[in-house]
Design a binder for this molecule. Structure first.
Ligand code: CU
Length: 311
């Protein structure tokens, strides 16, 4: 084994750090010490929430409202495997289809200093989990030089996932410090996860071995799991996979890993809730005994997998 790759990576990081200090001067102070601040502060906003097993995903910026001064920056930090963006303005394409959404969400638009007069500003896709399909970032920093109140939103989850930034005159007193926002975020995260657990339990109460729910979601949380009682079904049974427990537009698939019918792998393709145009359900009639595993092609990395045992 050799240390070389690691050393090379460290060297690159050090060079980058040097370059950043060169570009922006000394590292900014943290928002904790005093209100009589003279140097610019970098604040932290969390993007998304999740349980450690990634089963429950939240759709909030935390905090959802923040007061900063002219010259301060916000570091938006990826906090979930689910993808989000930090966006402002009107996207170039109406984000009504998955293709449009991806075309708008993926490219970074705008520089390091926020420009409220620009038609569209976008972070690119923010996630803790790299995607094989598009580039993602784990951090996005914007510096605010213009006074005013600005509401950012997540293009993926719509305007219900929003953050208002109040930019005060330079050197104004802050109403809250970072520790206040961190504490608020902790409390809100617990509420979001409790909401997701309730949603999961309510959906599990409706599920049967022949009616499997493909996740569940409301305006606060998403359950990234197939929901069904883990009982077997008899040969010849039809199992329906159903997206109707979702109140937000989240695409899923039911993709079997080894089951074939008519010489083809059994795969639903992209499913969407009926209100988003569907197809909302997928039915499979099981004509072979065994345990058949399936995944959601979008969310298997979060553990969204299931199985049907046919006896
Ligand atoms: Cu999925």
């Amino acid at each position: 084994m050799s240390f070389h790759p690691e050393r090379r990576r460290l060297a690159v990081v050090a060079a980058l750090a040097a370059l950043l200090v060169g570009l922006f001067g000394t590292a900014p102070a943290q928002a904790s010490d005093t209100d009589h601040h003279s140097s610019a502060v970098t604040w932290k906003v969390l993007v998304g929430e999740q349980t450690p097993d990634m089963a429950i995903q939240g759709m909030s910026f935390l905090p959802g409202e923040i007061w900063i001064d002219q010259g301060d920056s916000i570091n938006f930090v990826a906090n979930s495997a689910e993808i989000h963006t930090v966006s402002f303005g009107t996207p170039p394409l109406p984000p009504t289809t998955i293709n449009n959404l991806e075309a708008d969400a993926v490219p970074r638009v705008g520089g390091p200093v926020f420009d409220p007069t620009a038609q569209w500003t976008n972070s690119g896709v923010i996630s803790t989990m790299p995607s094989p399909d598009f580039p993602t970032v784990t951090s996005y920093v914007q510096t605010f030089s213009v006074q005013g109140s600005f509401t950012f939103f997540c293009l993926v989850h719509g305007k219900m996932m929003s953050l208002t930034v109040h930019v005060q005159k330079a050197h104004s007193k802050y109403p809250h410090r970072q520790a206040y926002y961190d504490h608020q975020a902790e409390k809100r995260t617990a509420q979001i996860i409790a909401d997701g657990k309730d949603l999961w339990e309510d959906t599990a109460d409706k599920a049967t071995p022949t009616h499997v729910y493909i996740g569940a979601s409301d305006m606060v949380a998403m359950v990234m799991r197939f929901i069904w009682p883990k009982d077997s079904v008899r040969l010849g049974t039809t199992v329906t996979f159903d997206t109707s427990a979702n109140q937000v537009v989240v695409p899923h698939t039911v993709t079997f890993t080894s089951l074939q019918q008519n010489g083809k792998p059994v795969d639903s393709g992209t499913l969407l809730p009926a209100f988003a145009g569907g197809p909302a359900t997928f039915a499979v009639k099981f004509d072979q005994t065994g345990t058949w595993n399936y995944i959601c092609e979008f969310h298997d990395g979060m553990g969204m997998v299931g199985s049907v045992t046919v006896r």
